[in-house]
Design a protein around this ligand. Structure first.
Ligand code: UD1
Ligand code: CA
Length: 484
């Protein structure tokens, strides 16, 4: 394998003051994963190595979140600007002067791999010392302005705070993504001065310094201006989430997934939905969820790390976490399926049913109002309405086993640990505390007592009392005495 021709530095040390949050900006989630994760994935597909991540604010938390994926963390403490961030990573990239260096702000989740590839191609084609990504915005706001000379070449980047007069009106902004030739960069990196409104070392000043040194600088415009938008506030985080969500649902629809209302459908970054599924409104698919072909999910359903088998149906208002639903099974409406649950093929879980750490066999049914926890239920079992596994004795959890073809009558409590044998019947309303052998009938309830005529007699006594008139008022003295 030839050595990599690219290396990268990702800037993630900033405090993110405008977020007004205790959490580091790059750890805020967008579409279910941290902001920085989006940037990392985009950079990783280029094959850049090494990838240095400059961390400072909440460095430990950021390092812990991205540990174990071969990144080189560099501490910037205290953060003194984006130029200073590049300076502290100098030893990492100076070790490979022949590799083009990508410098990427850690807060640009909308950046696409294609755009990054285009930037690298232009940088090489033009033999530039530096190439930056720009975007044309209606409102250039607080972004750095790209200043060009009479020939149209990039002359400098001027930060919004320093931009005066005509410069403020420039609508071409700096997106915070750059390619540098390392020797040229090393020639100017030490020359940065914190002489600006914020008293920081601006990475963007490197562009003017390179031009002053006679080096060629190129710029590439983003196809979609939104790609250049950095996330600096909670509102911008929400806007980025909206854009990424729309990109996800558009890609799914293009691949044959039915989505009734893309605006209310949320599909996380690592979720897989196969063709010919139907996602109904207000469906949230999160984590490593997989929805197989022909399945239908929603409306108002949330699936986390869950696999839904082919042709299965998850009906209105369900929450499922870390579980699998077999082919052709049906869940809901209003079901809560908790971790480590396996629902078999063509099984049915109905309304107000909670399953936890339970295997429900193929074709088994729990159609109404049940709690089944720590249980293995064989195939072809019917669990009547109101069945409860009493799996917890206040200190420990105990298992319940219900073998194939058993019939659990309505309103049964199964006191675990317990086994119900194959094909056994449990009478409705039973509290079952001992194992039931295969093929048996178990009744665990008080025997019914019938008193003929009792209610009729009661009615007669009450009618007689009414004709006698109201009872005399209680003596006042007695009442006063009771209050004492
Ligand atoms: C920066 C650019 C601006 C550009 C905009 C694009 C500079 C001086 N300005 O402004 O031209 O239009 O991005 O979104 O670069 N960071 C560090 N260490 C620091 C400061 C920041 O690692 O000392 C990191 C931050 O965590 C962030 C990134 O660098 O991921 C950008 O910093 P930020 O403060 O958001 O820069 P902007 O003001 O948005
Ligand atoms: Ca920013």
């Amino acid at each position: 394998m030839s050595p990599p021709s690219l290396q990268a530095v990702i800037l993630a040390a900033g405090k993110g003051t405008r977020m007004k949050s205790g959490r580091a900006k790059v750890l805020h989630p967008v579409l279910g994963v941290p902001l920085l994760e989006h940037v990392l994935r985009t950079v990783e597909v280029t094959g850049a190595a090494p990838i240095a991540v400059v961390v400072g604010h909440q460095a430990e938390a950021v390092e812990a979140t991205f540990a174990g994926r071969g990144l080189t963390f560099v501490r910037q403490d205290p953060p003194r600007g984006t130029g200073h961030a590049v300076q502290v990573a100098r030893d990492v990239f100076a070790a490979h002067p022949e590799r083009t260096l990508l410098v990427v702000n850690g807060d640009v989740p909308l950046l696409r791999p294609d755009t990054l590839r285009r930037l690298i191609a232009t940088h090489r084609d033009e033999g530039a010392a530096a190439t930056l990504l720009s975007a044309l915005l209606e409102d250039p706001g607080a972004y750095g302005r790209v200043v060009r000379d009479q020939t149209g070449s990039v002359r400098a980047i001027v930060e919004a705070k320093e931009a005066t007069g005509d410069l403020r009106g420039i609508r071409e902004i700096n997106a915070g993504l750059y390619a540098f030739e390392v020797p040229a960069l090393l020639g100017v990196l030490g020359k940065l001065q914190p002489q600006n409104a914020q008293g920081e070392f601006y990475l963007t000043d490197l562009i003017g310094l390179l031009r002053a040194a006679g080096k060629p600088v190129a710029a590439v415009a983003a196809d979609e201006p939104a790609e250049g938008l950095g996330v600096n506030s909670i509102a911008e985080l929400a806007a980025a989430t909206r854009t990424l969500r729309a990109r996800r649902t558009e890609a799914l629809m293009a691949a044959g997934v039915g989505i009734e209302d893309p605006d209310s459908t949320h599909v996380g970054l690592d979720v897989v939905v196969e063709a010919d599924c139907l996602l109904r409104p207000y469906t949230f698919l999160e984590g490593r969820t997989l929805v197989r072909s022909g399945a239908s999910v929603g409306p108002f359903v949330r699936l986390v790390d869950t696999e839904v088998g082919p042709g299965a149906q998850i009906l209105d208002h369900c929450l499922l976490r870390e579980c699998t639903v077999g082919p052709g099974a049906s869940v809901g409406p209003f079901a809560h399926i908790r971790p480590e649950t396996r629902i078999g093929a063509k099984a049915k879980v109905g309304n107000f049913v909670e399953l936890k750490k339970t295997t429900l066999g193929d074709g088994s049914k729990a159609p109404h109002l049940s709690y089944i926890g720590d249980a293995t239920v064989g195939p072809g079992v019917n669990i009547g309405a109101g069945t409860i596994t009493c799996n917890y004795d206040g200190a420990h959890k105990h298992p319940t086993h219900i073998e194939a073809g058993a019939f659990i009558g309505s309103d049964t409590t199964l006191v675990a640990p317990i086994t119900i044998g194959e094909g056994a019947y449990i009478a409705a309303g039973s509290a079952i505390t001992q194992d039931v052998p295969p093929g048996a009938l178990a009744l665990g309830r008080a025997r019914q007592v019938v008193k003929p005529g009792w209610a009729t007699e009661l009615g007669k006594r009450r009618a007689a009392k009414r004709t006698e008139g109201p009872p005399a008022a209680a003596p006042v003295a007695a009442k006063a005495h009771r209050k004492d």
